[in-house]
Design a binder for this molecule. Sequence first.
Ligand SMILES: [Ca+2]
Length: 216
Amino acid sequence: MAGTDGNFIPANAVISGGRVILDCGHLVAVQIRYGAEADMGAVQLDVNLQNSEGLPASPFTFPIMEPWDAWRADHFAPSQLLDPAVSGPIADPDGDGLSNISEFAHGLDPTVSNSLHSAISCAVVFNSPDQLASLELTYRQRVGGTGLPGINYVADGLTYVVETSKDLMTWTSGSSVVGSVAQRGPESGDTEPITLSIIAGAGGQSAQFVRLRLKL
Ligand SMILES: [Ca+2]
């Protein structure tokens, strides 16, 4: 069994009532693996699981906890995990204005107060003092995902969508909103910084608002 650090350690298994019950002490398991001696270092495994027909089980690995739940288990005590006001997606137990889902999205610690700018920031870039070049949005996203950054990027079950509005009421997303990727990386831990060029609104509008929408 492996915890959120990804290191596998041996577990005791007992077959009871048609179920295989695993026990690994205090470890909050995120993945389980069977028959992978190569990853266990010097530990010799007794690989002998078979069905009633005597056919051996093939080696396997599979997650038993989604990334969001594994992250929660890594940051909150068991009693806190049962309280959505502390560990739920919109809770903000450290009172820094960033919900837990935002802390997860940007690779922050939900129990340590962070500044908003450590999660997301926006910059206005000028070609010259009177010529606006672009609006740039910078934030950290979880690595290993698929899709276009800011448009439909999905990592660890979380979708990052950049949206703009001129009146804070009607919001638009997609390739008409997000231009080029101005900068990406380097990776650090579970996240990487990314800077997106935001396409300025048409029609000579005087204001443009930008937000990052997170969907779990
Ligand atoms: Ca917070």
